[in-house]
Structures are given as C-alpha cells and as structure tokens.
Ligand binder design. Structure first.
Ligand code: ARG
Length: 266
C-alpha cells in the first residue's frame, strides 16, 4: 500500500489574533516554541507510522493556517478548495490552491457564497462520506461536493458552537467504529450516526475538553490529544488499535487538535 499522504503547515505565524470560535481568547497567546515543539512531535510521530508528510509554506498574517485541514478536501487528483466563513481565513484557501495546482491536482471551487471549510467538515472512512453543517460549512455545499467527487455524502447537523467543525466531535476509526461527542449533534443526525456505525464510542466531558474526537488514524495507530481519558483510550484499544498521544495544548487555544493540523489525501 502506498504511504498515506498528509499535508501540514508549520506554526510559524500561529497565534490568537482574533476570536472566531469559543476556544479562542486573544489574551491567551500562543507559546511559540511550545507550539513548534508540539507540531514537530506530531509530524515525527506520523512519519514513524509510515505517513508521507508534505508542508505548506506558512503565510504571514494568516495565524490559523496551521490548521491545514480546513483549506479544502483532497482525493486522488482532485482538490476542492475551501470557502472560509471568516474573512480572516479566506486567503488560506488561495495558498493551498497554489500548492495543489503545482502538484498537478485538478482544483475545484464552490460558488463564493457557499461556505465550505474542507476537511474540518468533510470526514470519510473507506466507504462512508460525511459533511458537517450548521456552524461553518453550508448544507448547500453537499450537492456541489457530490457532483465533483461522484460520491454521496451524509449530512450531519452541528448544534454546539464549541464543536463547530465536524472533526471536533466526530472521529471515525474505521467503517464500523467511531468516537463522537453526542451533544454536538441534532437528534436526527445522532440517529444517522448510530444507524451507520456498528460501534459508537461516546466521548466524555474530559475527552471533549481536549477535543479527543479530533483524531487521525494511520493503519492500526490512532493519534489523539494528550488529556484524553483512560476510558476512551481503553475503548479504542479493545478494537486492537495503538493509541498515540501528543500534547496539543497550544493548538487547543485556537480550537484545534491532531486532525485540524492534518489535511489527509484520500
Ligand atoms: N481557529 C480555527 C478556526 O476557528 C481553528 C480551526 C480548527 N480546525 C478544525 N478542523 N477544527 O477556524
């Protein structure tokens, strides 16, 4: 199997310069050295697990660009560029577009008025595709993404501003196993999740306070933020996965963890 490709963006300009989600407090500045260290540790851990890591060049005045997974959705030779909701993040999509064009991807974009925040709101397993909407991405993005990819997406409605992207509350580990924050979903969407996964692990408050659902899976390894409860880690281990923890405290200040830093190419 070819190595899994992940695009990351070094936290060179990362800081809390504005607040566009409830985790962000402009008085709670980032410790730059610590952020760089946490980022490097995660990158090295991914590499050790066999992933191929490529990096976007960080752009000055784009302090959230470190959260690379929001820049779009990438699958084989297709890149669907994000339309960010916050003015402050819009230029991140252009930087990513440049990168993917250079790598000869076919780049697609949605009409400007339709908000779409990439892999923050698109999460997929081998055979199931989900689109989170209600906080950032628009439900209307679904038809466009389906046309571009030829896949059918299951829409999941998000109702809690703390869990504003699908990847903050929904972490599938494989086609049958998922970790979720139940409270982040409308009743109807929660039913959809239970209908589609044989095993649903419910994250507790401790887990949600460190965005434990914001995980990345590489083979039999699950990468997750430090501070995740022993219960959750043990649940995951029961399905024969290794749990690899990384301190993500500096990135929690921006409202993100492991997955937010990782634009996975499917
Ligand atoms: N500060 C960023 C924002 O609010 C954090 C994005 C985190 N990314 C994610 N995929 N959840 O947009």
């Amino acid at each position: 199997m070819p190595a899994k490709q992940i695009i990351m963006c070094p936290p060179e300009y990362y800081d809390i310069e504005y607040s566009i989600n409830p985790w962000m407090d402009t008085n709670n500045k980032v410790k730059k050295k610590e952020a760089q260290k946490q980022y490097n540790n995660l990158k090295e851990a991914f590499r050790k697990a066999g992933a191929e890591i490529n990096e976007l060049t960080p752009v000055k005045n784009l302090p959230d660009m470190v959260f690379a997974c929001n820049a779009g959705y990438a699958e084989s030779d297709i890149f669907v560029k994000a339309n960010f909701k916050a003015q402050q993040r819009k230029r991140e999509a252009e930087a990513a577009e440049k990168y993917f064009k250079q790598k000869n991807y076919r780049v697609f974009s949605l009409p400007e008025n339709i908000i779409f925040e990439g892999e923050g709101d698109i999460i997929r397993t081998q055979s199931k595709y989900f689109l989170g909407w209600g906080q950032r991405s628009d439900l209307m993005a679904k038809d466009y993404i389906e046309d571009i990819t030829g896949k059918e997406f299951i829409p999941l409605e998000l109702i809690d501003p703390y869990f504003y992207h699908l990847d903050t509350c929904f972490g599938p580990i494989n086609d049958e196993l998922v970790v979720i924050n139940e409270k982040a979903f409308s009743e109807d969407s929660l039913t959809k999740i239970y209908d589609r996964f044989q095993h649903v692990i419910s994250a507790n408050e401790t887990d949600n306070s460190v965005l434990a659902c914001n995980l990345v899976v590489l083979g039999k390894n699950v990468f997750i933020g430090k501070g995740t409860s022993e219960e959750l880690k043990n649940e995951i281990r029961k399905f024969s996965y290794n749990v690899i923890e990384n301190d993500m405290s500096e990135f929690l200040k921006g409202g993100g963890s492991v997955k937010c830093l990782s634009l996975e190419i499917f």
